[in-house]
Design a protein. Structure first.
Length: 141
């Protein structure tokens, strides 16, 4: 199972990719509850330089409510993290990778079959948001 739903946005800048990702998530009913700037945090805390890397904690309230109703502990796996990161595979490529956590992981990790319908709905919405960005789909095994 792939752990992420991914796409690569080419010829774009990081800030534009973040704004477009937030807008695409919003159209699918997700709000961004948290933002973690990994680049700034790691630089400040341990002096490490890295590429631009932002973790968005995205939540669709209706789906979160359904999931918690099935398994209260599922909050440990919420919100759905979406990562926006500079593509470092080709320097100066102006490419940005956007990856959303694959909600099917909730079913696999918990072994709770009643989460399957919620995970499927979340997957559809996150995939629609990722696809709306118009990037090149990344398939990893």
């Amino acid at each position: 199972m792939n752990i992420a739903l991914s796409t690569t946005l080419e010829n774009t800048d990081f800030d534009t990719a973040v704004a477009e990702t937030k807008a695409a998530l919003s159209k699918q009913g997700f709000g961004v509850l948290t933002e973690i700037d990994m680049q700034a945090t790691l630089k400040a805390k341990i002096g490490v330089d890295m590429e631009r890397y932002l973790i968005l904690g995205a939540c669709n309230p209706a789906l979160a409510h359904r999931a918690v109703g099935v398994l209260p502990q599922i909050g440990l796996l919420l919100p759905c993290n979406v990562v926006v990161r500079a593509d470092t595979t080709v320097p100066e490529s102006n490419s940005v990778i956007v990856e959303a956590m694959n909600p099917q992981i909730m079913v696999e990790v918990t072994g709770e079959p009643e989460l399957a319908a919620v995970a499927s709905a979340a997957t559809d919405k996150l995939r629609a948001a990722i696809d709306a960005l118009g990037g090149r789909t990344i398939v990893r095994q």
